[in-house]
Design a protein. Structure first.
Length: 456
């Protein structure tokens, strides 16, 4: 029997046996380098257009999350999977959607979507759509991407023109739904990606709004993926899924042992010179620098540019088209260093980040794990460097308790730090006569190049 939404007065303890009875738990600790299983995609009974898309993408063997979820989802079961960005979860749910919509059991194409994929951020929605276009290009299925900030009329026209798979962020999806541009009466597969981030960003009411306008849980398949499974996520699954199977990958180490982690203790005025010194000493690669505030993100990025570091800023204030351009240039190797806030970087999947630098320690220990998890993906190794400065050092004990390890301390010589060229003030602002904020005059060179070729 399907599991229907409990009333507000229901005891939430009823959720626990719902998941325990259907849980497949895997502990990943013995072979962290084994990121692909022995299960081949051609072992599944996939339609020829789906197999061709996999071949074009060069996919032969499954990742662990694909190996565990595909046998269930291809059989039509609801699945709640614990998986972070970069584990292969996107391919897992896309293949399920393609297979379902191409089957004889589907209602067939029409003006309204038969599958909806909901993502918390524009960047994640864009990446899902890009993967859908790659893996599904031989299926003939119509895929439309919708998100806020750009192309309002064009996106509306694309949806009104007919769509099989609708991918988007909650706000824009609801906007067009309320206008009657499409309806959700024919949804056969609903996918909710990064469910825990939906709560973090305040979208949970929007998610419930959309789910309640779809067919009942026993008339559709629902897939949910989340990096963590707090009670609020399991409750959401209980309400809107049909006897879901849960796949959990429980890592004994919260952070990957493929990431080398260290911490420096600079004074506030030493942070920018130390950052420049470290970046100049790094070989070619993708570096992400995390800063806690948008204002300081801009200041750090401008200082790096003024001192020969090829960098760019990614913050919520950056217009959408420019954000997409920056991400593409960073991915393609045209930008070496991306300075970002947590909010702006959520949902981004950049596969070959070599270094993560916490210019500011995060105020939430879980965000530390999310940040450094952007390196050492898919079997690679990486480095995570943190600055425990005067303003944020008091967050370090909580972080170390959360990751169950003490970060090794690296020493630096304040007298050996470079003198910095002061950046120009932002456009439209007069040059301040205040303090220089970390610069100490004189320029110096940019990052050392290894001479090797880049991988996009």
């Amino acid at each position: 029997m399907p599991r229907y939404a409990p009333s507000a007065s229901d005891n939430v303890k009823a959720i626990e046996p719902f998941f325990k009875d259907n849980e497949d738990s895997v502990t990943e600790n013995s072979t962290p380098q084994q990121v692909l299983t022995d299960t081949r995609f051609d072992s599944f009974d996939l339609f020829a257009p789906v197999r061709q898309g996999l071949a074009d993408a060069g996919f032969e063997k499954c990742t662990p999350i694909q190996d565990r979820t595909l046998p269930l989802t291809l059989a039509g079961k609801d699945v709640a999977g614990q998986a972070r960005t970069g584990t292969g979860k996107t391919a897992a749910f896309l293949l399920t959607v393609f297979q379902r919509l191409l089957s004889a059991d589907s209602v067939g194409p029409g003006p309204n979507p038969r599958s909806i994929i909901i993502a918390p951020t524009r960047e994640l929605a864009i990446q899902i759509h890009r993967d859908a276009e790659l893996l599904g290009k031989h299926t003939g299925l119509r895929t439309v991407l919708t998100y806020g900030g750009v192309d309002y009329a064009r996106q509306r026209e694309q949806i009104a023109g007919g769509v099989d798979i609708l991918i988007g962020t909650p706000g824009r999806l609801i906007d067009y739904f309320k206008q009657g541009v499409y309806n959700l009466k024919h949804i056969e597969v609903a996918v909710l990606d990064e469910a825990d981030r939906m709560f973090d960003l305040g979208f949970i009411k929007d998610i419930r709004y959309l789910f309640r306008r779809m067919p009942p849980v026993d008339k559709r398949q629902t897939l949910m993926f989340s990096a963590t499974f707090p009670l609020k996520v399991t409750e959401l699954a209980y309400e809107h899924m049909n006897d879901a199977e849960t796949i959990r990958f429980e890592e004994e180490q919260v952070t990957s042992d493929r990431v080398t982690q260290v911490v420096y203790y600079p004074a506030n005025r030493e942070k920018l010179p130390l950052l420049v010194k470290l970046l100049r000493g790094m070989p070619e690669g993708h570096v992400m620098v995390f800063v806690n505030t948008r204002h300081n993100t801009d200041r750090v990025a401008r200082t790096l540019k003024a001192n020969g570091i090829n960098s760019a800023m990614l913050a919520g204030s950056v217009p959408q088209k420019k954000r997409q351009s920056l991400l593409k240039r960073f991915h393609d190797g045209e930008i070496d260093v991306l300075v970002a806030t947590d909010v702006a970087a959520r949902g981004l999947h950049i596969p070959d980040v070599s270094h993560v630098i916490n210019y500011d320690l995060p105020q939430d220990a879980a965000d530390y794990v999310h940040r450094i998890g952007r390196t050492a993906r898919l079997g690679a190794t990486g480095d995570a460097i943190s600055f425990a400065c005067e303003d944020y050092a008091f967050h370090l004990p909580e972080i170390e308790e959360y990751i169950e390890m003490s970060l090794p301390v690296e020493q630096h010589d304040p007298d050996d730090l470079p003198e910095l060229e002061r950046p120009r003030p932002p456009r439209g602002k007069k040059k301040s006569s205040g303090k220089r904020g970390g610069g100490r005059g004189g320029r110096g060179g940019g990052r050392r190049r290894s001479g090797g070729s880049r991988q996009g």
